[in-house]
Design a protein around this ligand. Structure first.
Ligand code: PMP
Length: 423
């Protein structure tokens, strides 16, 4: 994107017009949650003003309108992912999507779902593989699933820079592996996972592949079928959509075979006092009144990014990421987690500033109007492995300019002098 186009994109985000601590807001925390363009805010509002009703069950006109808008939203997500509509399940967020998968597999392991679900049952001797750099949302559900089923949890290690060790993966993914769950892009290093090397290892042993696409969905083309994964999740709020809505993609045959996770209305065919029969996907995974307005808002957000072009967004943010990494590499006393090699990364970097706590550095940036994230970014094991308790993360969005990166770099360079840390 040319600067003029980014300026036009920026103008669509009302929140970016404000000043913070006397400085124009420089929002470099899109990896935590993205800001919302006016058209997304308006789409959610329009749903409530024009079409609000419970979906799927009403005989009245509004209910039909609400259902149409909700199902249109699903169709938009399906287009975004290049998959079928019945392969798209709306969840609350990525965390719920990952828990849904873990619980469905846990239920299959308890014998629920009959013959169709039996191939997915886990037990002692089976192994679940994840990695050392996962967000807690893609780690803890697997710890709990392993504990409930007696399966063993194993991890693909990272090297001293925090990059996945493909060379060690073949020893971790074995004939016992039933599931590989990994992130598409690390939310700490911004490094894209080597899926083309790891997924075939899982395929070769017949393991399911679950992709945490939280940090890839906003930054480039995301086509789960091309990536050859069985299941993928992302959060709407990181793709310029509302909070409260996320997406689970699953291969149709797999989703229909897995037992449900939550139970209640809108997911059944027949119910007696003793038992129930469940609808196919996606309804079997969307019990109760769904996130209707939020799904409508998310669809508008996906139209927004798709109109700009996911490939163009990817190229622009990669260039910003290169500028950020090159700048950080030149600042004394600043260590970039994941190293400074810019190849295969999105516009995101986390740093440890020698001698200054990440929270102090974050405060210093905030005083200059720069919004950065500090802490362990829900990846404690990775931080521990890299010998850091916390880091400061800068992450780009579709509205980020090179000038903002330069301001952030200038501010990061000023942290150690300000806190009097000797060079
Ligand atoms: N996975 C990754 C890689 C993430 O970055 C995040 C959000 N920080 C999540 C999972 C969880 O997303 P949410 O909090 O929206 O459920």
């Amino acid at each position: 994107l040319e600067t003029a186009e980014i300026v036009g994109v920026r103008a669509q985000f009302p929140i970016l017009a404000q000043t913070v601590n006397g400085h124009p807001l420089v929002y470099l925390d899109s990896a935590a949650t993205a800001q919302k363009p006016e058209r997304v805010i308006a789409a959610e509002g329009a749903f409530y003003r024009e079409a609000n009703a419970a979906v799927h069950r009403g005989a009245h006109t509004l209910a039909a309108e609400a259902t149409e808008r909700y199902e249109d939203a699903r169709a938009e997500v399906a287009r975004f992912l290049a998959v079928d509509e019945n392969e798209v399940v709306f969840t609350s967020n990525a965390t719920e999507g990952l828990n849904l998968i873990a619980y469905a597999l846990g239920n299959a392991s308890l014998g629920m779902g009959g013959d169709a679900a039996r191939p997915f049952a886990l037990g002692p001797g089976d192994e679940i593989v994840t990695t050392e750099l996962e967000h807690h949302a893609n780690l803890i559900p697997w710890q709990e699933l392993a504990a409930r089923t007696g399966a063993t949890l194993r991890h693909i290690p990272v090297d001293d820079e925090g990059r996945l060790r493909v060379d060690a993966a073949a020893a971790v993914i074995t004939e016992r592996t039933r599931l590989l769950a990994l992130t598409h892009v690390s939310n700490v290093t911004g490094v894209v996972s080597p899926l083309e090397q790891l997924v075939p290892l899982a395929r070769a042993v017949g393991a399911l592949v679950v992709l945490d696409a939280c940090q890839s969905a906003p930054h480039g083309v995301l086509h789960p079928r091309e990536l050859d994964v069985d299941l993928a999740v992302f959060s709407g709020h990181k793709v310029y959509g509302p909070t409260g809505v996320g997406v689970l993609y699953g291969r149709a045959a797999l989703l229909d075979a897995l037992p449900p996770f939550l139970f209640g209305g809108s997911m059944i065919t027949t119910v007696t006092l003793e038992k129930a029969e469940y609808l196919p996907a996606p309804q079997r995974f969307e019990p109760g009144t769904p996130r209707i307005a939020q799904a409508v808002g998310l669809a508008e957000a996906l139209r927004f990014v798709s109109e700009i072009g996911m490939d163009r967004i990817a190229a622009t943010e990669e260039a910003l990421g290169r500028r950020l990494l090159a700048g950080l590499a030149g600042i004394p006393g600043v260590r970039v987690l994941g190293g400074t090699d810019p190849a295969g990364r999105v516009g995101l970097a986390s740093v440890v500033v020698d001698g200054v706590h990440a929270h102090d550095a974050g405060q210093f940036l905030d005083d200059r109007g720069i919004a950065a994230r500090v802490g362990h970014h829900c990846a404690q094991p990775l931080h521990r492995r890299l010998g850091a308790t916390a880091s400061l993360r800068l992450s780009c969005g579709v509205h980020t300019t090179a000038a903002e990166i330069d301001l952030a770099l200038q501010a990061v360079a000023g942290v150690r002098p300000y806190f009097g840390v000797a060079a």
